[in-house]
Write a protein that binds this ligand. Sequence first.
Ligand SMILES: [Zn+2]
Ligand SMILES: [Zn+2]
Length: 296
Amino acid sequence: MLQNSSEQTQRWEQNHQKKIQLMRQMQGTVPQYQEILGFFEQVLQERKKYKFALCDLPDPLVPGNFALYESKLKKGIPLLDRNDIDFNNQIMAEHLFRLAQILKSRSRNKPADFSDAFLQKNNFNLKTFLTGKQLPLSGDPMDFLVSETINPVLAIYAEKIKDRIDFTKWNRGYCPVCGEFPMMAALSAETGKRKLISLSCGTEWEYSRVKCPYCENEDQQQLSYLYIENTPRYRIEICHQCRQYIKTIDLRQTTEPVDYEIENIITLHLDIIARENGYGDDGSVGETKPENAVYH
Ligand SMILES: [Zn+2]
Ligand SMILES: [Zn+2]
């Protein structure tokens, strides 16, 4: 059992309510993202149920061996090894099925992607599914189902240890807890320092502003950013060496409450701009430069 689990679930409930409220507010301010935010709200409701169910389980995570954590961090090894997650097939599979149902109900154009056979629970083994032997879906829907099943487990783990571990010496671009690269960065409202944010587990850590999180390049000639006209709140930091980018929110430019997961959704147009400029996974250079992107 988690320690103080009633305090913990109370905190989850409060955070959940805050997030839903913020998201509904956003639906009014960014109407182009209304539909996707509506979908995300359904996902959040499901995620809450899932986390509450997981909370009642015996602790599936690595025991709190803080000396081991410190020595891992010194060597640049993230704290959580995914092989240590003890799968609870029933809770996790039921969650996955409900997510698939949400996805199916929202999918207008590609109903064939969601085979009804997949939605049958009989003989379904989550671990086999996740290791790629039973994959009825491919691409984004699949990635979504997997991360929405695994990430809440990572987040519970991260939450348990974050106040007891010092991440200030972790000078790496990947997450000290789960090892994923950050989805977003933020510049502190007070100091302007940069922090990176793992949306997989919710961990945030400070990282040099003049170093690429992906390839650790520190050559200032190779680092720059794209900013978006009339939205000083956002910028896209780019590295010419590895051609990766990171969406960054400048907290000095906003007084609104910020939720990074919501920010990641309502800045999908920045991902498009970055990709059209040749940054991101495929690194292919687009033919046209979007009108509102300005090189700095
Ligand atoms: Zn993480
Ligand atoms: Zn780089």
